[in-house]
Design a protein around this ligand. Structure first.
Ligand code: Z97
Length: 729
């Protein structure tokens, strides 16, 4: 399957002949570091190989459109509920720099003691099935070719069906997974013995399959009442899972410790988070770190979340991270939408590029509060381990509620999670192996009658599914209604008919979000915002974010609602942008003609940078083609502008108007046109306006000859001028 950058992902093509699809590669891939990389006007230090296709950061327009890629792998977590919609989002995220795509699974799947098949719809994530994994891997194989960088695909192996999931992942080319028996026990109340027995088997498969394993310690941050106080325990949780994983055979560089800076401002974030980050990286040197972003204290303010994420990323850069995992800044509202996944990824890469080369300029102090704080956390972790031993071991500690207790150990809050080692989901389901037990498969933990000697264990059956994929049984769909083919009927019909609807998550869901400021007290303002949204025609309006600006003066609301409208592509008028003329052609025509231009920002507008870029030789403006530019300055009176045009014999008048209060930009354009008419010079002049909110349509509506908005270059303006001036009169 090959993608065209100009075409949407063809889901029919993804689904075609999946039965025979095999992943192109297996195992985890890191980025290729490229220190001292020269890109555009800069030399960058902490970067990796560039992408073949991508969308650069917005400010890149000012820097030759460079799109440096940081040295960390960047994750985004996707949770739409329909895998076919996840795929489109994955493609967008990959273009924005994500190369670790995690899918959250549907609620409750970790309690299902076996595998699911087909492509049912999920809640809060997708059911993980063979078909869903295979289709996703197939799409990602094509997407990684499109962006020119390997993409790691990831989901969860914890849960009751852990070993089965691990085998499925290894068979289908999933590259990374979460696996941590403590997660089962603490957060899903799955039986302790069952969880650890399963974990041994699952970890063995993960080791042989070359998958990267991420642990689950971060969940204590997310669950504890006071997340910054569980830091000693987090070190213990990492130690338990890491030691277990090593004992089973996962190499250190395939073990990633999942870590979250535990606080958010107004907490003194770096003062608390940095010593913890240092303590962790010191104790676990040689392992990989998956730095995740803090969600514990996030509410619904995406701006606030973004600032916390930037600080989290700073902690990563100041210490280390192999993976910078991003959470959408709207996680607190439970609506991770397409563009919020992209926003999370962009926050990470923008921050990391901004911090490029930091380690060459700063070192963390080896004395003072950082060292003392790190040391204190490490000492408390050792005390924690000693107490576990004193209590009689891990089972006893869990039974005593030692974990996820919000006291800063050895203080205790008495609110830890208690589990009965003999209880929980799946209690008594583990069976002791008989002497002589055997399994004719290659990835298997512990005693196996088939292992030993030179032959592979699976030779007894002529190959296991990991050695001979032809043995894999592929089930297509089990449910005639709840499947991807059914769900695609409407999108396919709509696409064929050229209908376009807004969406945030699922094809054509119609969801839009409007921002309103209402000038009254909060409760009344909220009621007004909802009613106004209804009057805009939005169904099921819901306030997803509110922020008081002043208790009496007003609040700002973000309202989500469904816009039940579709437009037909064929009925839309897309203004055609004329291609730029080549530099040489513009110059050959303009230079010999000695054309004068008068230019100014008008009204009371002091924003002159944009206009100067259009004019100045040094910015590649129109002077380079031989236009004789007379720049009159800022806030210039319109009469004076026309006087100057007369004095210089100018054919061309360029005005720039950025300010739009009271529609002053329209007003100025209209007044210029009527003044020129009153002086009977309108026919002799080309009147051109520019500004961030100016469009060609708007300028012409106001009687100007042309308008230019954001992103315009001197070449654009010069192309227009030459085309118009060389037209026969
Ligand atoms: C993450 N941001 O890092 P279920 N196993 C482990 C986990 O941490 C999780 C699951 C399984 C988060 C997203 C939190 N972690 C979610 C070690 C979940 C998921 O299907 O929800 O029971 O398992 O991944």
């Amino acid at each position: 399957m090959k993608l065209s950058t100009r075409e949407p992902l063809d889901l029919q093509e993804v689904l075609r002949d999946l039965e025979h699809y095999r992943p192109r590669r297996k195992g985890w891939t890191w980025r290729t570091p490229r220190p001292h990389q020269r890109l555009g006007p800069f030399v960058l230090e902490d970067t990796s190989a560039p992408l073949a296709n991508s969308v650069p950061l917005p400010s890149a327009h000012s820097f030759d459109d460079i799109d440096p890629q940081c040295d960390f792998v960047v994750t985004t977590e996707i949770a739409s509920g329909r895998f076919e919609d996840d795929l489109r989002r994955m493609r967008m995220a990959a273009w924005h720099g994500a190369d670790h795509l995690m899918v959250i699974r549907t609620t409750g799947q970790s309690h299902i003691d076996g595998l699911l098949e087909g492509t049912p719809e999920g809640v809060g994530g997708i059911p993980i099935t063979r078909k869903q994994l295979r289709a996703t891997r197939k799409a990602l194989d094509a997407i990684e070719e499109e962006v020119g960088r390997p993409i790691n695909f990831h989901s969860y192996v914890s849960g009751l069906a852990g070993p089965e999931m691990a085998v499925l992942f290894a068979e289908e080319g999933v590259n990374g997974c979460h696996q941590d028996p403590q997660y089962n026990l603490l957060y899903r109340n799955i039986n302790l013995h069952r969880s650890f027995v399963d974990a041994a088997e699952a970890k063995r498969v993960i080791a042989d399959g070359g998958l990267l394993q991420i642990d689950g310690a971060h969940n204590a941050n997310a669950t504890a009442k006071q997340a910054w106080k569980v830091t000693p325990e987090l070190l213990v949780q990492h130690a338990v899972n890491t030691a277990f994983s090593r004992a089973v055979g996962i190499p250190a560089d395939r073990i990633a410790l999942s870590t979250v800076p535990p606080t958010a401002p107004p907490a003194p974030k770096l003062r608390l988070d940095l010593p913890y980050a240092v303590a962790l990286r010191e104790l676990f040197a040689g392992y990989r770190f998956r730095a995740q972003q803090n969600t514990r204290y996030m509410e619904s303010d995406t701006r606030e979340a973004t600032v916390s994420h930037v600080l989290d990323t700073l902690v990563s850069r100041l210490t280390s991270a192999d993976i910078q995992s991003t959470i959408t800044p709207d996680e607190g509202r439970n609506i991770p939408w397409h563009y919020n996944n992209v926003a999370g990824v962009e926050t990470a890469r923008q921050t990391l590029m901004g911090l490029d080369g930091l380690a060459q300029m700063l070192t963390l102090r080896e004395d003072g509060p950082l060292r003392e704080g790190a040391r204190a956390i490490q000492e408390r972790a050792v005390l924690f381990l000693e107490e576990i031993v004193e209590l009689g071991g891990y089972e006893a500690a869990v039974a005593a509620g030692m974990f996820v207790d919000s006291g800063l150990f050895p203080e205790r809050g008495g609110d830890g999670i208690r589990r009965d080692p003999a209880g929980g989901v799946g209690a008594d389901t583990h069976v002791a192996r008989e002497p002589g037990y055997g399994a004719p498969v290659c990835a298997h933990f512990g005693a196996n009658a088939y292992a030993g000697g030179d032959a592979k264990p699976c030779e007894a059956i002529g190959g296991c599914t990991l050695c001979d994929p032809a043995k894999i049984r592929y089930l297509d769909e089990l449910d005639p209604e709840d499947n991807v083919a059914r769900r695609l009927e409407r999108p396919r019909a709509e696409r064929a008919a050229g209908w376009l609807r807004p969406e945030v998550e699922k094809h054509g869901d119609g969801v839009v979000c409007v921002t309103l400021f209402v000038p009254t007290q909060p409760a009344l303002g909220k009621a007004a915002a909802l009613e106004l949204a209804r009057r805009m025609g939005l169904r099921e309006p819901e306030v997803i974010h509110a922020r008081v600006l002043h208790p009496a003066e007003g609040s700002v609301f973000e309202v989500r609602g469904v816009l039940d409208q579709a437009v037909r592509a064929s009925e839309l008028v897309v203004p055609e942008r004329e291609a730029r003329l080549p530099h040489a052609e513009i110059e050959a025509w303009a230079r010999p003609r000695d054309l004068h231009v008068v230019a100014a920002t008008v009204g009371e507008d002091e924003h002159s940078v944009g206009l100067q870029e259009i004019l100045d030789l040094k910015h590649g403006g129109i002077e380079r083609y031989g236009f004789r530019c007379h720049y009159l300055g800022t806030s210039v009176d319109l009469e004076r502008l026309l006087d100057a045009a007369g004095e210089h014999g100018a054919r061309i008048v360029l005005i720039s108007t950025i300010v739009t209060h009271h529609d002053v930009h329209r007003e100025l354009m209209r007044r210029l046109v009527s003044l020129a008419e009153a002086r009977r010079v309108r026919e002799d002049l080309l009147l051109v306006a520019g500004g961030t909110q100016v469009t060609d349509e708007l300028a012409r509506e106001c009687g100007m000859d042309a308008g230019f908005g954001r992103g315009t270059t001197g070449q654009d303006v010069a192309s227009f001028l030459v085309r118009r001036l060389r037209e026969p009169a």
